[in-house]
Design a protein around this ligand. Sequence first.
Ligand code: ZN
Length: 360
Amino acid sequence: MKKVLTGKDVEALLRAGKGVDSIPDGVLLTPTAKDAIKEAGTRRRRESRSSVASDEPTVPDYEFRWNPGNDPQSPGDIRDFFHSREVEELKHRMCDIGRRMWERGYTDGNGGNLTIRVGDNLVLCTPTLISKGFMKPEDMALIDLEGNQLAGRRKRTSECLTHMAIMKRQPKAKACCHAHPPHATAFAVAGVQPPTCMIPEAEVFLGQIGMAEYQTPGTPANAVAVGEAAIDHMAVLMLNHGVITWGKDIEDSYWKMENTDAYCQTVLMATQLKGSDLLTITGGQAKELIDLRASLGMEDKRADWKECELCDNSEFRPGVVCQIPHGDGARTNGGGGERNEDAEAVVRQVTNEILTQLNS
Ligand SMILES: [Zn+2]
């Protein structure tokens, strides 16, 4: 028979300094035990925030943490959770991020959507057909990871399946942000992967930007394509559509959106000045930044790559091939590879032959 824990048992555990993490999986929790666990979580978060007021300098932590195996199940518990102080706080934060996206011109009409994971099988999301600049906390919806709506007066966004595909495949993704920022979306429409090794902050905080093939927005096929790309990339360009980013909390995931569009805008402006022959950092310098990224807890699939591969922007700059650099010091205009005159000559020759044949 399964062990049953009551509210009093939970309180006794907490008094003994054990914490709710010590409750083994599979025990049955009475409603009072669940309340005690929820209250302990709230207290812990409040304490961790107020401890900031002491002497230790720190950074704000907006990550939502829950106790695994304790999602509310009954309609009453779900309703209470949906209106709890902590979830209300998140709803306000979503409205704030929505307004920031709209003010920066990242969303037009009813475009864009936001999600925050709040349980093993619970996600808070924005509703469908709403301007992101003018949302109210009471507009938000609560859904499960299959997209079934559990609470909220307004119908959930149709694109939530894509967000959930990311959360299912990448457990570190606790919040997602989707928008159509013009500069990054221009890369998505041109089908050009933004190059790397141009701006250090982008290497550290964004990493390499991923690409997902075009699928109809909101469909399971789109969810599969984006979910796959998001395993390795915190920002993904959806071809002919827009951008989706993920992070440990909604602020973090929104920052990735700003980083992505600002980076794409800068690269676009630089190419207007000088074509695609832009200055880059070296592979060695990129490696240092990727190590720094790892020290901040962000995985990077490029950690094991060879230095010469790190800045190989061959898609952005055709004709550039990956070569081990010779000599020391920052190399500019190399893009992690060097322009291969022979290869370019062959491409030119083949193109000319094809054109001649077509004309004749
Ligand atoms: Zn969209």
